[in-house]
Each structure stands twice: as structure tokens, then as C-alpha cells.
Design a protein around this ligand. Structure first.
Ligand code: NAP
Length: 318
């Protein structure tokens, strides 16, 4: 079970973050034995990483977590990637354990150069391992073909009861390549925990949130399973992902969410519950298309890296 830190310091999730709130959640994680954290250089344009660095220092817990961060997809040259990993380390106050390429490079850029840059970050000791994020089936195959020195250890992609496209091929491809599958938006931004109305810009702009929050059958099945098992809806939705072999990366602002994530991590969903959830969410295997396509695609891949960088820096990241 991973804990997502996009919510900390991002304007799309309500702006300023609080180091005290983040530290409170992390100390619950320590008590509960959760140690996987996920952040990115574009979350609040570095603010999520800065807050994490301060919270880890405050708790004296820098070595107690596995920290995953991501270099932006607009970086597709080796030295740009290396420079970004160094800056991530300086914001975190320690080297990241794993670096992912956050989204695929522009359509005309070389995927192999990206992989070379990530491999170099590992071999220079700037990070322990590397992986990819939001690479669909074709791009993942290309990246795996050009990997030369080191194998990527993780693939991060959207996956939940309300977005099941990865089951078509991507999950299998990751497993065959020996990559752990980190599922982002495991709760469809809170909708699968029972939230029916958006409370942030991130949720308002998300079609998967809209679909899941308005799906009465899915909502009532989740509620029914949760009541029978004596847990919350979020725990059930997260445990379903674990039953499917994924590692959910759950986002949170309120520290008590970390306690619920730990309950889910310890839970094993009974077979009848997995079957009921599989069946009520079957429509989401096909609804979003035949292949994995992150929300920003295909538009972002047609924008030159420099323009992506300028745009994101002007708006203060995501
Ligand atoms: N690689 C990528 O491109 C990518 C894209 C998106 C996200 N991510 C990563 O994945 C993480 C999670 O994805 P996400 O933020 O899109 O969505 P998510 O985890 O599906 O949903 C997060 C929301 O769920 C709510 N929640 C969490 N636990 C809950 C519980 N027990 N009961 C009720 N509500 C609960 C949180 O509420 P509160 O805010 O009220 O606490 C939060 O607003 C992010 O933080 C980020 O690290 C990666």
C-alpha cells in the first residue's frame, strides 16, 4: 500500500499544504507499518517534495520510508533528467529511492534517451531504482526494448474499480517485465470512498470521478460489501486492487485516511466480495477504450517539452 502526496501543496487540491498535517499522517503510517510514499516534481511545482522533506526531518524519519518521486515527462534528455533528480534530492533532503518518468515524452522524442537518462541516474547513485508512469502498452514495449543496463522496477498507471482498462493488457505486460504495478487514483479521487460531489478542482475535472460518483449500482454494492465486512468503502475499493495484484497509491489530506489505508493493507477481501465487485464494475473494463491512455494524452505528446515546462511553471505545477 502506497500513500500519495499529490494532495500536499498542490493548488488543484486546495492550495497550500501543511507540514504538520503531513507529519501527522506520516507518523500514523510509521505506527501502522506503511512505508511507501509517492510524490513528483510537478506536484505544486516542487512543494509536495519540499513539504515531505520538512516532515521527514521533523519526525527524524528520513530513512523509514521508501520515497518514489517522478521527473516530468517534458524531460527527455539524459542531462535534463539527471539535473532534475539532483534537484528532487535537494528538496527531499535525501535521495529518492525510486524515480519514475511521470508521463511519456513528446511524440517525436526518443523513448530510449529517456531510459538511458533513468538508467544513468541509478548507476550514478542518485536513486536506487527507476520506473515509468502513464506509459501505455506500445510505449512500454518500446521502453522495455531499449532498456540496456538496468531493469525498471515499477509501472505507475491509473487503475481502480471505475477504470479497469489496464486489465486488458497493461497489468500483464508489467507483471511479465517484473514491474510492480502502482495504481494511481485507486479511489477515483474519493468517489469510491462514497464522495458524491467534487470538493476540489482535481475532482471537478476528472471524468472517472464523475462516472464513479454517479454510478448508483457501484456505490450501493461498495456500501453493502463494506457494511458486511465492518469497514469503510475506501478500504474495500483498495483491498479489491490488492486482490488484483496492484499496489494502490492512495491520496489523502486528512491524516486519519492513513489509518484506513492500513486497514485495507491488512485485509484480504473474501472471494464473494471480489466477485460482486468484479461484476458490478465490469462496464469499466471497456468504457474508457481498448488501450491505456492517461487523461493528458494524446494532446500533451504533441506539445514540445519546453512549452510544457513553461506552461506548468507559469501555473505553479499541478
Ligand atoms: N502518475 C500519475 O500520473 C498520477 C496521477 C494522479 C495521482 N497520482 C498519485 O496517486 C495518488 C492518489 O491518486 P489521486 O490523488 O488521484 O486519487 P485517490 O487516491 O483515488 O483519491 C484521493 C482522495 O480520496 C480521499 N480518501 C482517501 N482515503 C479515504 C477514506 N478512507 N475515506 C474517504 N475518503 C478518502 C481523500 O480525501 P481527503 O483529501 O479528504 O483526505 C482524497 O481526496 C496521488 O496522491 C499521487 O501520488 C499519480
Amino acid at each position: 500500500m502506497g500513500l500519495g502526496l499529490w494532495q500536499h501543496g498542490s493548488r488543484l487540491w486546495g492550495g497550500e499544504g501543511s507540514v504538520e498535517r503531513l507529519a501527522a499522517g506520516l507518523s500514523i503510517a510509521l505506527e501502522e507499518g506503511l512505508n511507501l510514499l509517492d510524490t513528483a516534481e510537478v506536484y505544486g511545482w516542487g512543494e509536495s517534495e519540499r513539504l515531505l522533506g520538512r516532515a521527514l526531518k521533523m519526525l527524524g524519519a528520513s530513512d523509514s520510508f521508501v520515497v518514489v518521486s517522478k521527473v516530468a515527462g517534458f524531460r527527455h534528455g539524459e542531462s535534463d533528467i539527471i539535473g532534475a533528480v539532483r534537484r528532487i534530492a535537494s528538496r527531499l533532503g535525501r535521495a529518492p529511492d525510486v524515480i519514475l518518468h511521470h508521463w511519456p515524452p513528446p511524440a517525436w522524442a526518443s523513448v530510449c534517451r529517456v531510459v538511458r537518462g533513468l538508467e544513468r541516474a541509478v548507476s550514478e547513485g542518485l536513486t536506487g531504482d527507476y520506473g515509468l508512469s502513464n506509459y501505455g502498452e506500445g510505449l512500454l514495449a518500446r521502453a522495455l526494448e531499449c532498456q540496456r543496463r538496468l531493469e525498471p522496477i515499477a509501472l505507475q498507471a491509473q487503475y481502480s474499480l471505475a477504470y479497469r482498462t489496464p486489465e486488458k493488457r497493461l497489468l500483464r505486460m508489467a507483471a511479465e517485465a517484473g514491474m510492480g504495478f502502482m495504481a494511481w487514483s485507486p479511489l477515483a479521487k474519493g468517489a469510491l470512498a462514497g464522495l458524491r460531489r467534487p470538493v476540489s478542482r482535481a475532482q471537478r475535472g476528472d471524468p472517472v470521478f464523475k462516472a464513479a460518483s454517479g454510478d448508483e449500482r457501484l456505490q450501493s454494492t461498495l456500501r453493502g460489501v463494506a457494511e458486511k465486512l465492518g469497514v469503510g468503502m475506501a478500504e474495500v475499493a483498495l483491498a479489491w486492487l490488492e486482490a488484483r495484484g496492484a499496489i494502490p497509491v492512495v491520496g489523502w489530506r486528512r491524516p486519519e485516511r492513513v489509518r484506513a489505508a492500513a486497514v485495507a493493507a491488512r485485509m484480504e477481501l473474501p472471494g464473494w466480495a471480489v466477485e460482486e465487485l468484479d461484476s458490478v464494475s465490469r462496464v469499466y473494463v471497456d468504457l474508457w477504450g481498448d488501450r491505456y491512455r492517461p487523461p493528458s494524452e494524446p494532446l500533451i505528446r504533441l506539445v514540445p517539452g519546453l512549452a510544457q515546462r513553461l506552461l506548468l511553471s507559469l501555473v505553479g505545477g499541478i
